[in-house]
Design a protein around this ligand. Structure first.
Ligand code: COA
Length: 387
């Protein structure tokens, strides 16, 4: 089977982009990726569109066709397919695109992720984002993504003697890195005191423990080994890809803080890539809530259960043992659901090409990218980089 390479990447700024429409965002990211790859749009043979909530937020379905049409490639009549897996849509779309290349059917594939979330008035967005949970058994009874993350945090902190400061450090790190990322939603650095003293959202989580509501789009161009060699392109290899599912509702899982999907997908991705954790230069984690950042560090193998707190004060910083979220992560780069996972690839591509300026991870060789659905019902892990 062919290896898969990223040959171009582009994204919009993430944030509250009221003046931009869903389609404009998708087109901007797509055109940037095409330009960055140095190809023509007619070279693309299939498009995978990643989106989670456009149907209920924007009243727009048929996202594959929308992106294809407004990117100016409709006249090429190539297939355009939407992939939906909640907040893991991006990782899932890249995985499907990679498999399409590996099958031998395609040589050049575009993956575009987009979400436009800030057009909804007031707290309606909380109900709409709760649609990624089990509506009948969680959301119906008042659970929201924030309240479930808070329950997880309470139990985890009590069981392992973890204090609020450890959670705050995830967000402090994200904001510091995002201050060096022009595409990030929040560029303000925050102190531990600010992170700990912010407005409560769902105890023990406050505003600084939560990723924001975001608009944005990201796109990458993937190509086969044959295409890359023939055209002498210096692409970035996707070393492996793996995904795993878990129960939809948190109460069905073996514990309130087990993210089995992350553990299984992470282990599988490392094995497939023949890469050890020590070889990973940096990780982009799905920290929609700070607590998930800590638990993911454990499930992915960077720390023993209950010990992510030992990493968050120094090791996760740029220049630390395992830099986490050089992009700014979901907390500070932003979390436009369908674009988030694709945006992780944009960051990895730029990092592995040494194009990240002030937030560059020195000597970056391998990136681990974790895209997670909702409270952990699905995880997609990719290892990117290497020869
Ligand atoms: N971090 C830091 N600042 C934030 C923020 C966040 N997560 N969310 C909003 N803000 C800022 C806004 O920029 C704004 O600042 P300004 O007054 O300087 O312009 C201010 O806080 C108020 O913004 P507003 O949009 O009114 O916030 P809100 O109170 O309606 O929403 C949350 C805050 C935390 C409830 C909302 O961001 C949220 O629901 N986040 C979680 C989304 C989610 O669940 N994602 C994962 C699903 S699986």
């Amino acid at each position: 089977m062919s290896d898969v390479y990223i040959i171009g990447a582009g994204e919009t700024k993430f944030g509250e982009l009221w003046e931009r429409s869903l389609r404009e965002l998708a087109v901007e990211a797509g055109l940037k990726a095409i330009e960055n790859a140095g190809i023509f749009s007619r070279d693309i043979q299939v498009l995978y569109g990643s989106n989670s909530l456009a149907g209920i937020i924007n009243g727009q379905e048929n996202i594959g066709a929308l992106i294809s049409d407004f990117s100016g490639i409709a006249e090429n009549h190539i297939p355009a397919i939407r992939v939906e897996a909640s907040t893991a849509s991006g990782g899932a779309a890249v995985r499907q695109a990679g498999l399409a290349i590996k099958s031998g059917e395609y040589d050049v594939v575009m993956v575009g992720g987009v979400e436009k979330m800030t057009d909804v008035y007031g707290s309606e967005i909380i109900d709409l984002t709760s649609s990624v949970l089990d509506r009948e058994w969680e959301a119906f009874f008042g659970a929201t993504p924030a309240s479930l993350a808070a329950i997880t945090a309470r139990k985890y902190m009590a069981d392992f003697g973890v204090d609020k400061e450890a959670l705050a450090m995830m967000s402090v790190n994200d904001h510091l890195n995002a201050s060096k990322n022009p595409d990030a939603q929040f560029k303000n650095r925050i102190s531990v005191e600010q992170a700990m003293g912010a407005t409560p959202v769902a105890e023990p989580l406050n505003l600084m423990d939560c990723s924001p509501v975001s608009d944005g789009a990201a796109a990458i161009i993937l190509a086969s080994e044959k295409y890359v060699k023939k055209n002498k392109i210096d692409g970035i290899r996707i070393a492996s890809s793996a995904d795993a599912q878990d129960y939809l509702a948190v109460h069905s899982r073996k514990s309130l803080y087990a993210l089995d999907s992350a553990r299984i997908a992470g282990k599988s991705a490392l094995e497939k890539a023949h890469v050890k954790l020590d070889d990973i230069s940096f990780a982009e984690l799905h920290d929609s809530y700070s607590i998930y950042g800590l638990i993911e560090l454990e499930e992915l193998g960077f720390a023993e259960r209950g010990h992510a707190k030992d990493l968050v004060f120094d090791d996760i910083k740029l220049g630390g043992r395992i830099p986490v979220n050089p992009s700014g992560g979901l907390k500070a780069k932003g979390n436009p659901f369908g674009a988030t996972g694709v945006g992780q690839f944009v960051e990895a591509y730029r990092q592995l090409k040494s194009k990240c300026g002030e937030r560059q991870v020195k000597g970056a060789k391998y990136a681990l990218l974790h895209s997670m659905a909702g409270t952990g019902s699905m995880s997609v892990v990719h290892i990117v980089g290497g020869e």
